[in-house]
Ligand binder design. Structure first.
Ligand code: APR
Length: 234
């Protein structure tokens, strides 16, 4: 059963490209993380089992970089939409920059660097901001602490809720994602025919059906689009 489209609802689906101009690396661009690290070694349960210290070091460095980064004009423009629209942000990013720009309604599909969790089936989560996690550092249930980030092969969080939000949006903005990782990428299919659908990125192998592609840097494309949407709300 598809939900009603809410005229005042905007959903933003964001990826690493949104934070590129905050100085944080993407994954698949020229100097992306997966060109410099083996994702099998640092972002899978198998990598964790084989060498947890390498995984902890990888995320400790990313957590510190994210904490030292600042939201950019695109994050801030997206946060400004809250003043006139019912905005839901569905992000693949783990850097926390949407919240730091002031966005209030953020759904994290892939977890958050600023949190750590235990390794039991029902783990406890701890806010650690930029603090490193070391081998031997235990959760209160006695299990090893790990990054509160979703690895390849692990369940992505909040997908049903995210799909419902996309299906009920009158406007969908996809920004800074190659749409190459599922199930997150499948969310574009939930966007309704009658919704205004826009995707901003530097390049897209394939533009999702029904979406208008706006090529360019997020810090120039997104503020201009937001300005138009804010004027339409008046
Ligand atoms: N402005 C707009 N878009 C940009 C910019 C920029 N300044 N810089 C890069 N991009 C675009 C690229 O063109 C590309 O389409 O951002 C996208 C980045 O794609 P990826 O590196 O694949 O990042 P993402 O789509 O977020 O990856 C999804 O893969 O490894 C997993 O969990 C990880 O959440 C991540 C997921």
């Amino acid at each position: 059963m598809k939900p009603e489209v809410q005229p005042n609802k905007i959903v933003v689906l964001s990826g690493a490209g949104l934070s590129a101009e905050s100085g944080l690396p993407t994954f698949r661009d020229a100097n992306g993380l997966w060109n410099n690290f083996s994702l099998e070694e640092v972002a899978t349960p198998q990598g964790w089992a084989a060498n947890p210290e390498a995984v902890l070091a990888f995320y400790n460095e990313r957590r510190l970089s994210a904490y030292q980064a600042a939201p950019n004009a695109a994050h801030q423009a997206i946060a400004a939409l809250d003043a006139a629209y019912d905005v839901v942000i569905i992000t693949q990013n783990v850097d926390g920059l949407h919240e730091r720009a002031g966005s209030r309604n953020v759904i994290h599909l892939h977890g958050q660097l600023a949190w750590a969790r235990g390794t039991s089936p029902l783990p406890k989560r701890y806010r650690i901001d930029a603090a490193p996690v070391s081998l031997g550092q235990l959760c209160e249930d006695g299990t090893q602490l790990r990054p509160n980030v979703v690895w390849f092969g692990e369940d992505v969080q909040h997908m049903d809720e995210a799909r419902q939000h996309v299906a009920s949006a009158a406007r969908v903005l996809v920004v800074g994602t190659s749409l190459s990782v599922f199930p997150a990428a499948s969310l574009v299919k939930a966007a309704r025919g009658r919704a205004q659908k826009v995707i901003n990125s530097l390049a897209m192998k394939r533009v999702p059906f029904g979406f208008t592609f706006l090529p360019g840097k997020a810090t120039s494309i997104v503020p201009a689009l937001v300005q138009t949407w804010l004027e339409q709300a008046r």
